[in-house]
Design a protein. Structure first.
Length: 190
């Protein structure tokens, strides 16, 4: 079993190029997450990355207010923040015990951020006309982990109801559908 920190590095290696490839003219465009346009989803993803770094150290976080992160060289900052996230989860004890106010097992919390980083990278790629293929080891981890978390995530309104998909779709499409996304989503007018 790979460490969460290694999986986060692999996920960041796929997410960072997507963020780097977002043109400023696309910041107001819709995403597969109906409640977020591209800018709002980037802000949310920054908040997730920073807060889950704190959770790796067993600190408390506040997901209430989403700060505006799309300022200055936000693409370089995203690269830096994802590297700090992986480093935080590599610290001794990061995957042990429970973490956060939810008092969930640390590895479960690590899988939450791993899922967010991967699925939201797909959201951003799809919204901005880029390709995204998750790392196979990341997909192997988040598939079962997100399936196990799905009932709790739906209750917390983090996941939507599962999106129907035909038999034979790939494992990543099943993960996307599990979170309530349409794996075939395209921007309006595309």
């Amino acid at each position: 079993m790979k460490k969460i920190s290694e999986l986060l590095e692999a996920a960041a290696d796929r997410a960072v190029p997507v963020v780097d490839g977002i043109d400023d003219t696309a910041l107001g465009d819709p995403t597969p997450c109906a409640e977020y346009d591209v800018r709002a989803l980037i802000n949310h993803l920054f908040q997730v990355v920073v807060n889950f770094r704190v959770l790796a150290a067993k600190g408390d976080t506040d997901f209430g207010e989403v700060p505006e992160a799309v300022t200055g060289d936000w693409r370089a900052r995203f690269r830096e923040e994802t590297a700090k996230l992986a480093t935080a989860w590599a610290a001794p004890g990061a995957e042990e015990g429970t973490t956060g106010r939810m008092r969930l097992p640390a590895r479960t919390v690590g899988n939450m951020v791993l899922g967010d980083l991967t699925v939201h990278a797909w959201d951003l790629a799809r919204a901005t006309g880029q390709e995204f293929v998750p790392d196979a080891s990341v997909l192997g981890e988040i598939g079962p982990a997100l399936a196990a978390m799905a009932p709790m995530a739906r209750e917390a309104k983090v996941f939507g109801e599962p999106h129907p998909v035909p038999e034979g779709v790939g494992p990543f499409e099943r993960v996307l559908a599990l979170t309530g996304r349409d794996p075939g989503w395209t921007p309006p007018g595309a």
